[in-house]
Design a binder for this molecule. Structure first.
Ligand SMILES: Cc1cc2nc3c(=O)[nH]c(=O)nc-3n(C[C@H](O)[C@H](O)[C@H](O)COP(=O)(O)O)c2cc1C
Length: 192
C-alpha cells in the first residue's frame, strides 16, 4: 500500500453508502489525483491465486471523441438518427468529466474466468468507493459499445486477450434519488 497522498474525507462505511450511480455530471474537471487514488484502490482488490486480471484504460480527449463518434455510429446502425438525436448521443458520451475503460484479462478456464470477473468487480467497486470518499460519483455502464469490435480497435486492445467489462464514468454530480433496498431480513439469515 505505497500511496495515500490525501486522506479521504469519508470513512469506508460512509463511502460505501455515499457511492451512487450518477447519470448527469457537472461540467467540472476532476483533480487527476482523485482518479489516480481510485485506480490505486482498484489495484488493491482481492483476487484468487493472485491473477490480477483487471486492466484500466484512461480515455483522453481524442479517445473520448472517437468513442462518442462510435456511440453515434452504433445507434445509427439500428435505426436512422436525426441530427438532433445524433448530437444527443454524442453529447451524452462527451459529458462526464472522466472515462476509464475496465478490462479483464481473458482466461480459457471457465472457473478462473468467473473468479477473475469477481475480482475485477471488486476492483471496480474499490474504484467507485474511493471516489465516493472524496465526494465524486460515477457509473459503471455496459452496452452494445462495450462489446463492439471497433471499440477494441479504438483502444488498441486485442479482443483475444482482453474483454471490456465496463465503462467507468466519473465526475461531480448530485446524488440520485434513494433506491429502496431489499429489507435486511430478506437478504440475511442466520443459523445457530
Ligand atoms: C455490471 C454492471 C453494469 C451496469 N451497467 C449499467 C448501464 O449500462 N447503465 C446504467 O445506467 N447503469 C448501469 N449500472 C449501474 C446500475 O444500474 C446501478 O448500480 C443500480 O441502478 C443501482 O444504483 P446505485 O448504483 O446508485 O446503487 C451497472 C451496474 C453494474 C454492477
Amino acid at each position: 500500500m505505497e500511496r495515500r497522498d490525501e486522506p479521504p474525507s469519508l470513512n469506508a462505511y460512509e463511502s460505501m453508502l455515499a457511492r451512487r450511480t450518477a447519470h448527469t455530471y457537472r461540467d467540472a474537471p476532476l483533480d487527476r489525483r482523485s482518479i489516480e487514488r481510485a485506480l490505486h484502490a482498484a489495484n488493491h482488490a482481492p483476487c484468487h491465486r493472485l491473477t490480477f486480471p483487471w486492466r484500466f484504460i484512461r480515455v483522453g480527449p481524442r479517445g473520448r471523441a472517437a468513442t462518442a463518434d462510435l456511440a453515434v455510429q452504433i445507434k445509427a446502425e439500428r435505426r436512422p438518427l436525426s441530427a438532433d438525436e445524433a448530437k444527443r448521443v454524442h453529447d451524452k458520451t462527451m459529458a462526464p468529466p472522466e472515462l476509464v475503460v475496465a478490462c479483464q484479462v481473458r482466461n480459457m478456464d471457465p472457473f478462473t474466468s468467473r473468479e477473475d470477473y469477481a475480482a475485477c468487480s471488486c476492483a471496480i467497486q474499490n474504484f467507485f468507493v474511493s471516489l465516493a470518499s472524496e465526494g465524486i460519483l460515477g457509473k459503471w455502464s455496459t452496452g452494445a459499445i462495450t462489446r463492439d469490435a471497433r471499440l477494441y480497435g479504438l483502444l488498441g486492445l486485442d479482443p483475444a486477450a482482453f474483454e471490456v467489462i465496463g465503462f467507468l464514468w466519473a465526475g461531480m454530480a448530485d446524488p440520485p434519488p434513494d433506491i429502496a433496498r431489499p429489507p435486511m431480513e430478506s437478504v440475511v439469515r442466520a443459523i445457530p
